[in-house]
Ligand binder design. Structure first.
Ligand SMILES: CC(C)(COP(=O)(O)OP(=O)(O)OC[C@H]1O[C@@H](n2cnc3c(N)ncnc32)[C@H](O)[C@@H]1OP(=O)(O)O)[C@@H](O)C(=O)NCCC(=O)NCCS
Length: 201
């Protein structure tokens, strides 16, 4: 069953996140990641869906309609907790210093679209069994009133092939000295029209 997740599911979300997702957030302690999602589900216009079987979370997808404000509530309500954990995490993972410096000094492409699928991940023992597809489909169903959304993926992440199969196209390639990733976009209505036309044809 795929459903919107609540506070009681967030420990499992954080665990799948930490075990599977290549991101700076992943380097923080599990409790920090859980708290990050706690503040996300309290925000308006975000979507956290999960596939649950017998109480076990098999995978989740998380999106927001304002990716630029992703951390705002979390930081404003937990300033010292946030900065202390960030300092510790940067100390143990100094490569992210370079990443943030590169972002700061390089003139980066900024998309007008703020609606993003931020994270999608499936339990590591259950990949390529169709769960990612189910989650993406449910996610797009919930957002079907909208025409377009984006996401970012590191160019070496195998999920890139998954997204291409799901109808995403490359909007922009970020290619600075520490970071190589793609911004991908997807038109939802075009895909429906294409599917209908294919069915008729
Ligand atoms: C990306 C991810 C969510 C896909 O979920 P999944 O349940 O494994 O995907 P599905 O089984 O629904 O696969 C759908 C299609 O994508 C393909 N696919 C899935 N993962 C793939 C991979 N790593 N490489 C190539 N193709 C892949 C499948 O072969 C399948 O193709 P088909 O429709 O032709 O059979 C999952 O692999 C994952 O959790 N990855 C780690 C976390 C991550 O990197 N997330 C993305 C961050 S941007």
């Amino acid at each position: 069953m795929i459903k919107e997740l609540s506070e009681k599911d967030l420990f499992q979300v954080a665990k799948i996140h930490k075990e599977n997702l290549p991101s700076f957030l992943t380097e923080y302690p599990l409790s920090f990641i859980e708290k990050f999602y706690y503040f996300q589900i309290k925000r308006e216009n975000q979507l956290l869906l999960g596939k649950i079987e017998n109480g076990k979370l098999l995978g989740f997808v998380f999106g927001t309609d304002n990716v630029e404000k992703l951390y705002d509530n979390f930081i404003s309500e937990n300033k010292s907790y946030f900065y202390m954990n960030t300092f510790k995490t940067l100390l143990f993972h100094p490569k992210y210093f370079l990443l943030f410096a590169a972002k700061f000094f390089s003139k980066s492409f900024v998309s007008e679209c703020k609606r993003q699928l931020v994270y999608i991940a499936v339990d590591q023992n259950l990949k390529t069994k169709g769960i990612g597809s189910e989650l993406l489909q449910a996610f797009e169903e919930k957002w079907k009133g909208l025409n377009y959304y984006e996401l970012e993926v590191e160019s070496k992440n195998k999920a890139f092939d998954f997204y291409l199969k799901k109808g995403f196209y490359i909007v922009h390639q970020y290619n600075n000295w520490v970071e190589k990733k793609y911004l991908l976009g997807k038109y939802l209505h075009l895909l429906i029209i294409f599917t209908i036309c294919n069915g008729i044809g």
